[in-house]
Design a protein around this ligand. Structure first.
Ligand code: GAP
Length: 463
């Protein structure tokens, strides 16, 4: 367990702030991300994903699952409950220590994380009002407390889980028994986590409700450090394979004094967001701390029996723990760009384009009949939609000039556009009958492709 203590960075550069403003506005305008409960004024630190945001998020989670579970022999999945017995959180240490030190400003009543209080040499000051009348730091537990059942008393207290990992640890024995895996092996999970963050900020970056993609990779003690490096490298490859430039990814070796006491090594994988370099994922060697704690508290054996050495021991664990929402935000920030493209009259105009990796793009292909009042063009375009739909998320659009339709798709990152024109009908040249124009988003290059080859060609490009 680690508290969300990603380093405080210098204030955003104005370029970064302006870029972020454009990204947030695009996310709302095109249906990626909305403020939760917006019509009631919202609720700080909570976000809803719209029609495109949910597709992007699913593509990310599906790819993570594919790479971390399906393409490996040594990892199985699980899906645990969000509410668990309170004893889990006592054993894991969350009930006592999952907290941030917090300071109240008595002048403006702001509640601040202790590390946000500024000291310019004239004593500590409130960053909101400049006041110096501050309380001493107090611990503020980040877990959301709730009650299970009809009575609200001490005996019914539990918490919304602040990480998905604990469900994996407490199911370790069941999963070991049913999967019959041998060490080293892992258990993967994707799910919601909740933290009552004191200062949610930077759009979805620090939210109060978010999703994690976590792997607990169990091993013998002697393999821990080696596997820590192995997983760091695997995870870096993952980010590159979803379209995040290696140059914008950084590995921070968490110094001894900042690591959780039970961890023998932790890397933070960071990304250069427009608001600064911030953590995307933590890769931590957690030793045998978690399983030992649960064995001690529950009184149930969580040991592993090694058939070869005939020894029983508590496995160690290496944990790559990534944030879904942070990665979605990184994907959008990475993809956002502006360039120049000709409008329908050939005049150059600014084009907003999300250069998503095709694997991540919410819509894979848009299909356009050149004219909406030409029945045969429309019928052919709809046939193509039916042809592609079993394989990918396709969008049909017949309204407006073709240039505007391309532009609308560029703005949401659709990598391919298919246009059905008179040549498709064989009106100009019989050799071109049943071919379409395939336009690629980034280069804007167009090629003529036979309809019969379209599905195979696109499937290979979005895989
Ligand atoms: N099981 C280990 C664990 O939870 P963590 O560093 O606290 O470690 C892992 O969290 C990842 O979860 C972070 O790297 C981040 O991507 C994501 N995360 C944590 N707190 C978050 C928050 N408030 N909002 C969005 N994502 C968050």
């Amino acid at each position: 367990m680690s508290t969300p203590n990603d380093a405080q960075r210098p204030p955003s550069q104005s370029y970064g702030a302006a870029r972020m403003e454009k990204i947030v506005s695009l996310c709302k305008r095109r249906g990626f991300i909305f403020q939760s409960s917006e019509i009631y004024g919202g609720l700080n630190g909570l976000w809803d994903y719209g029609p495109l945001g949910v597709e992007l998020k699913r593509n990310l989670k599906n790819y993570w699952w594919r790479v971390m579970v399906h393409e490996r022999n040594d990892v199985v999945g699980m899906d645990g409950s969000i509410l668990m017995n309170r004893a889990v959180w006592k054993a894991s240490g969350h009930e006592d220590t999952f907290s941030d030190p917090m300071v109240d400003c008595r002048s403006c009543k702001a509640r601040l994380r202790a590390d946000q209080v500024i000291d310019k040499g004239k004593g500590k000051q409130c960053p909101v009002c400049g006041g110096k009348d501050l309380t001493e730091p107090r611990s503020f537990n980040l877990m959301f407390k709730t009650y299970v059942g009809a009575t609200e008393d001490e005996s019914s207290i539990t918490y919304l889980r602040p990480e998905t990992a604990q469900a994996i640890f407490v199911q370790f024995k069941n999963i070991l028994d049913v999967s019959r895996k041998k060490l080293p092996f892992g258990i993967a999970q994707i799910g919601k986590a909740f933290r009552n963050e004191i200062n949610p900020r930077n759009f979805t970056f620090r939210s109060r409700e978010f999703e994690q993609m976590e792997l607990e990779y169990f091993c013998g003690a002697e393999e821990g450090m080696k596997l820590l490096d192995y997983w760091k490298e695997e995870r870096l490859k993952f980010y590159e394979n979803i379209g995040i430039a290696r140059a914008k990814l950084h590995v921070l070796t968490v110094p001894d004094e900042e690591r959780a006491f039970y961890s023998k090594g932790t890397y933070d994988i960071e990304y250069d967001f427009p608001f600064g370099r911030q953590e995307l994922e933590g890769v931590a060697y957690r030793t045998d701390y978690d399983l030992s704690q649960h064995q001690k508290t529950s009184g149930k054996s969580l040991e592993y029996f090694d058939e070869e050495t005939k020894q029983k021991f508590i496995p160690h664990v290496v944990e790559p723990s990534a944030g879904v929402d942070r990665t979605v935000l990184a994907l959008i920030c990475e993809a956002y760009s502006e360039d120049e493209a000709p409008d329908d009259k050939g005049k150059m105009e600014t084009r907003i384009v999300l250069r998503f990796h095709p694997r991540m793009a919410p819509v894979k292909c848009a299909v356009f009949p050149l004219l909406k009042n030409k029945e045969q063009l429309v019928a052919k375009a709809k046939e193509i939609v039916d042809l592609l739909r079993p394989h990918m998320f396709v969008f049909y659009d017949e309204s407006g000039a073709i240039g505007r339709r391309y532009r609308r798709q560029d703005e949401i990152g659709t990598p391919f556009g298919v246009t059905v024109d008179f040549e498709t009908l064989g009106e100009k040249d019989l050799a071109l009958r049943d071919t379409v124009t395939l336009r690629e988003r980034d280069s804007m290059k167009q090629e003529r492709v036979a309809i019969k080859d379209l599905a195979t060609m696109l499937i290979s490009r979005i895989a």
